[in-house]
Write a protein that binds this ligand. Structure first.
Ligand code: NAD
Length: 244
């Protein structure tokens, strides 16, 4: 299926590996020009080797860093049509493990404010040209908070409210805003967490490949997906047990 986005330009944040990288390569396979960021030049160089991906060193842990990435992507490629807002996850822990309240501030900056900042930088051009796709990578923890991820649960609920509201505001400009809520994909982040790659709670019987996620993200960015907006879609092999 041709997703109808060849020649479009994308900024995919936090994408030297994992779900961001899988999304970037899935978009590039559709003929999208893609800029990716990470904090480390050598990791980026390894990630882009043999691809057309444009590497940009940027740290999206702060709103300024996040905006700077989108600006640099625009400088490199031209107007950004597709924004994939992503960042690393905050440290694991329960409420009792985290006595420093600044940890919540950092998580909020990393997983909420940085997405808002990237949207602020990318949206004006999307609205003017009347075509845009914004996809944020969040977590299934938005629907089903994970007990050991209180920082992530807290920050990502906030960004999900922002995205839903924004989707309604910009829909008439032909800009869609959605989030994807991954659970258990085989990445370094997952392997670093308690329980790691244990698939016993996953109805599909296996953890996801990053490329499974990338294919879904690319479809949400497709021309065909123009009527899909304001959605928060779980990508979880059936792990979520609720109806909504
Ligand atoms: P990962 O750790 O494998 O990869 C994260 C990527 O982001 C790396 O390229 C890293 O260099 C980059 N990065 C991290 N912090 C950055 C920063 N401040 N600035 C720029 N780049 C930065 O993680 P992943 O598994 O691909 O996860 C992506 C997102 O999805 C994370 O927020 C994670 O918490 C969330 N998530 C993942 C899973 C999963 O099963 N993999 C499940 C739920 C949620």
């Amino acid at each position: 299926m041709d997703l109808g986005i060849a020649g479009r330009r994308a900024a995919v944040a936090a994408a030297s590996r994992g779900l961001g990288y899988a999304t970037a390569t899935a978009l590039a396979a559709e003929g999208v020009e893609v800029a990716i960021c990470g904090r480390d030049q050598s990791a980026l160089d390894t990630a882009v080797a043999g691809t057309q991906l444009v590497p940009i060193v940027a740290d999206v842990a702060t709103p300024d860093g996040a905006r700077a990435f989108v600006r640099a992507a625009r400088d490199a490629l031209g107007n950004i049509d597709i924004l994939v807002a992503n960042a690393g996850g905050p440290p694991a822990g329960r409420f009792a493990d985290i006595s420093d309240l600044d940890a919540y501030t950092r998580a909020f900056e990393l997983n909420c404010l940085s997405t808002i900042a990237m949207c602020a930088e990318a949206l004006p051009d999307m609205r003017t040209q009347r075509w845009g796709r914004i996809v944020a990578i969040t977590s299934l923890a938005v629907r089903q908070p994970a007990p050991h991820l209180i920082l992530s649960n807290t920050a990502r609920a906030g960004v999900t409210g922002f995205l839903k509201t924004l989707a309604q505001e910009v829909a008439s400009d032909c800009v869609t805003v959605n989030s994807l809520q991954p659970w258990l994909h085989d990445t370094e982040r997952l392997r670093s967490l308690p329980g790691g790659t244990d698939a016993s709670g996953i109805p599909a019987g296996t953890i996801g490949r990053p490329s499974d996620f990338g294919a879904i993200a690319a479809f949400v960015c497709s021309d065909q997906a123009r009527y899909l907006t304001g959605a928060a879609i779980q990508v979880d092999g059936g792990a979520y047990g609720g109806l909504q």
